[in-house]
Design a protein around this ligand. Structure first.
Ligand SMILES: Nc1ncnc2c1ncn2[C@@H]1O[C@H](COP(=O)(O)OP(=O)(O)O)[C@@H](O)[C@H]1O
Ligand SMILES: [Mg+2]
Length: 263
């Protein structure tokens, strides 16, 4: 199994984190890395712990154990606000835009840490270039946008803070196949043109494996596979359980038998 930790220049290093909701352990012994400038994905079914991993990285949840280094600095005890200031952006699951504020106001909330007016104006122009639809809707309440537009706004708002690493929580959730393609192609552009490193969490394994360079598979709070996306795509287990190569009915039961051989 090829390992991502062969890359010395990791912008993010997560080692052995364990997080709880009250007494319930949601993730255990999760370790992963994002090399600088790359897209890395975490795949997993609903309830696997993907959102918990991202919340733990961005400081929304405190891990009970383990360490999280962003650009070589430990961040596992810091507040979400401090972590954002350091250049780590988080686009949460379900977008969470401010529904009663306009698109323009949502975007300026994203730049609240900045005072460089010219830089902000420049970044807005770049964002309108990625998402022309947002420019056309600047004065509309964000709550009136479609799901896809809200996703675009949530990504844009995070970009307004010029993050060097972006955590994306299921950007494709609830979008039409066409919009999913569009969002993913823009994510790729943002990565390539802006050099933003990306940790992408997805149930849509097909799209995520196409866009990312390295991937982890999370099941019931644990990493069960880690490999280049090229190899993950060829893996029988990934094909069967995440790319829908087999019928639904064959899934549940076999998953647990096969899982053991992954370790
Ligand atoms: N606020 C919460 N309180 C209690 N349990 C939670 C909470 N959020 C998530 N969980 C549980 O933690 C596990 C992982 O959830 P989550 O990280 O949201 O998974 P995913 O994002 O992969 O769907 C699930 O068993 C879920 O039921
Ligand atoms: Mg989730």
């Amino acid at each position: 199994m090829a390992r991502a930790d062969a890359h010395s220049d990791a912008i993010l290093k997560v080692a052995n984190i364990e997080s709880y909701y009250g007494p319930i352990m949601a993730i255990r012994g999760v370790s992963l890395e994002v090399p600088r400038g790359k897209i890395v994905t975490v795949l997993g079914a609903n309830g696997a712990g993907k959102t918990t991993v991202l919340k733990t990285i961005s400081g929304v949840l405190d891990p009970q154990k383990g360490s999280i280094d962003f650009e070589g600095k430990p961040i596992q005890r810091l507040s979400p606000d401090r972590i954002v200031r350091m250049g780590l952006g988080h686009v949460p699951e379900g977008r969470e835009v401010f529904p009663f504020l306009t698109v323009a106001e949502n975007l300026s909330m994203g730049a609240y840490l900045r005072s460089d007016r010219d830089g902000i104006a420049n970044d807005l122009e770049r964002i309108y270039d990625y998402f022309p639809v947002l420019k056309a809707r600047l004065d509309q309440a964000a709550g009136h946008l479609s799901g896809g537009e809200q996703q675009m706004l949530a990504i844009s708002r995070a970009l307004m803070n010029r993050p060097r690493l972006l955590l994306l929580d299921e950007p494709s959730l609830g979008l039409s196949p066409l919009l999913v393609k569009e969002i993913f192609s823009i994510i790729r552009r943002i990565n390539q043109a802006e050099g933003v490193s990306i940790l992408l969490v997805e149930q849509n394994a097909k799209m995520a494996l196409e866009i990312a360079y390295y991937g982890y598979v999370l099941e019931v709070g644990r990493i069960v596979m880690a490999d280049s996306c090229e190899r993950l795509m060829q893996s029988k287990d990934v094909q069967e359980f995440y790319l829908g190569a087999k019928e639904e009915s064959a899934r549940g039961e076999r998953r647990w038998k096969r899982k053991k051989t992954w370790r």
